[in-house]
Structures are given as structure tokens and as C-alpha cells.
Design a protein around this ligand. Structure first.
Ligand SMILES: N[C@H](CCC[C@H](N)C(=O)O)C(=O)O
Length: 258
């Protein structure tokens, strides 16, 4: 089959994007998805996203990790899917769409997409790390310095050692100033460090607020692929109206025989 695809990236987290409103893509073909995401033999990406029609909202986003399996929520992928929906003329500047964890609202202005995330009610605080779910599971751990950190080795150890087969995404964070943090993330499903992880950035912002490392509710998070902003409202122990804000861009369009 000849497959037309688009390539998108959001702070260097890159995705193969497919207009699958006809529902023809063989989504249970794990080998096909992992082949397409392979950087040597295929197109190359951290994940693959199908944009499909949805009865209740503007569109539905189906996300697969680079290993070919359907993943939990992808924040950067969600922002890229919004940019793709705008490109296809499905939406204008605002939208409500469906993802694996429910409905999301989003705004798009030029190449900046602001994606509303689900409320977070629970953050587990352990002596040297936090664990929370921002649509995907995230381990958040402070480190002295991100430079020279062996993210692949350390991340892999925690991903399997602490969280078993199901695993978790692992974020290492250091503070720059009152409202700015830097992170590096080992991503489950990609099983490697990626340049950026949107749900991870969101998890870091909330965990750092919970840790009282900041009192701000608008937080900048530097990733290896650029800067994202997270804004939220505090409601007792819960975080609501969480928004993940940053760039999402189309890189190229292509065709592949597969
Ligand atoms: N890159 C994604 C996270 C994908 C989640 C995935 N790694 C999983 O745990 O299934 C993001 O921007 O939020």
C-alpha cells in the first residue's frame, strides 16, 4: 500500500501524522507502526498519530509509541495533532478533540498550541521522587545537574526496576530559577531519551509546585528540544485547568510504500 504521511515536531518530539478519517490504516499492525517509526529502516519518529473522525468532538487522536503499541496520552503529539487538524481545515483556532484519556480543549495561534490537560488530583510524594499521572505515568526526580547525566541508563533502570513491565516515563529535573526548570526524559514505549515529553513537562511543573520549589502557577520548562510553558489553577490538593503551551510544526509531507 502507498501511505501518505506528514511529519510533525513539537520541541523536538517528532511524530508521523496520518489523516485516517477513512479508518483504513491497519492500526493493529504493531510491526508496521514500529517500522514506520524506525529511524534507519523507516521514516523515523518518536511516535505515530492517526487523526480520525469522532462523533462527539472535532476529531480523535490515536497515538502509538515508536515500539508500535498504542500508548497513553502524548502531550506534544496532542499539540501536533491540533496543528494538523488546522492544516487539514477541520478546525480554526479552537477545538475540542478526543484522546485516549478523554476530551481535550486546545487553542492554536500561528505555530503555538495550548493544550488543556486532564485535572490532576493525586501526586505521590516519596523521599526522593514524585509519581503522578498527567495522561501518562511520570516519575519526577530532582538531580544536581542534567549535564552529563546518563539518562538512558538511569531512566531504564528506574523504568523497569521501580515500575516493572508496565513501566513509567522517567523525568530528571533541575531548577534554574523561581519559575524555570530544565528536564531530561526517558520515555517508555520509545525506550530511550527523547528531546521533549509534553506530559512529562506537565508532570514536572505540578510536582515542583507540590514540592514547594515554586509558588508560581505559570512555569517554564526547558527541554533538550526547546521551551514549553505550563499554567494551572490550584484547588486545594488538586490541579485544574492545566495547559501545556508551546510550538508544534509541520516539517514535511511524504509517501511510503509499505
Ligand atoms: N511524548 C509524549 C509521551 C508519550 C507517552 C508514552 N511514552 C507512554 O508512556 O505511553 C508526550 O509528549 O507526552
Amino acid at each position: 500500500m502507498k501511505l501518505t504521511f506528514f511529519k510533525y515536531q513539537g520541541t523536538g518530539n517528532d511524530f508521523i501524522m496520518i489523516d485516517d478519517r477513512s479508518c483504513l490504516f491497519p492500526k493493529n499492525d504493531t510491526n508496521l507502526v514500529s517500522f514506520l517509526c524506525d529511524r534507519k529502516f523507516g521514516i523515523g519518529a518518536d511516535g505515530l498519530i492517526l487523526l480520525q473522525n469522532d462523533e462527539m468532538s472535532d476529531f480523535s487522536m490515536v497515538y502509538f509509541n515508536a515500539d508500535g503499541k498504542e500508548g497513553s496520552l502524548c502531550g506534544n503529539g496532542g499539540r501536533c495533532a491540533v496543528a494538523f487538524a488546522k492544516y487539514l481545515g477541520i478546525i480554526d483556532t479552537q477545538t475540542t478533540f478526543k484522546a485516549v484519556d478523554g476530551l481535550h480543549q486546545a487553542l492554536i495561534e500561528e505555530t503555538t498550541v495550548s493544550l488543556q490537560m486532564q485535572d490532576v488530583e493525586e501526586i505521590k510524594a516519596k523521599p526522593n521522587y514524585f509519581f503522578l499521572d498527567t495522561g501518562s505515568p511520570h516519575h519526577v526526580q530532582m538531580v544536581e545537574s542534567l549535564e552529563g547525566l546518563k539518562v538512558f541508563e538511569e531512566g531504564k533502570k528506574l523504568r523497569y526496576g521501580l515500575y516493572g513491565k508496565k513501566g513509567s516515563n522517567i523525568n530528571f529535573v533541575s531548577q534554574k530559577n523561581e519559575g524555570t526548570f530544565s528536564i531530561r526524559t526517558y520515555e517508555r514505549g520509545v525506550e530511550n531519551e527523547t528531546l521533549s515529553c509534553g506530559t512529562g513537562v506537565t508532570a514536572v511543573a505540578l510536582a515542583m509546585h507540590r514540592a514547594k520549589n515554586t509558588t508560581m502557577n505559570s512555569i517554564r520548562v526547558n527541554t533538550l528540544g526547546g521551551e514549553l510553558k505550563v499554567t494551572f489553577e490550584i484547588d486545594g490538593r488538586a490541579y485544574r485547568n492545566i495547559n501545556l503551551i508551546g510550538p508544534a510544526q509541520q516539517v514535511f509531507k511524504g509517501e511510503i510504500e509499505c
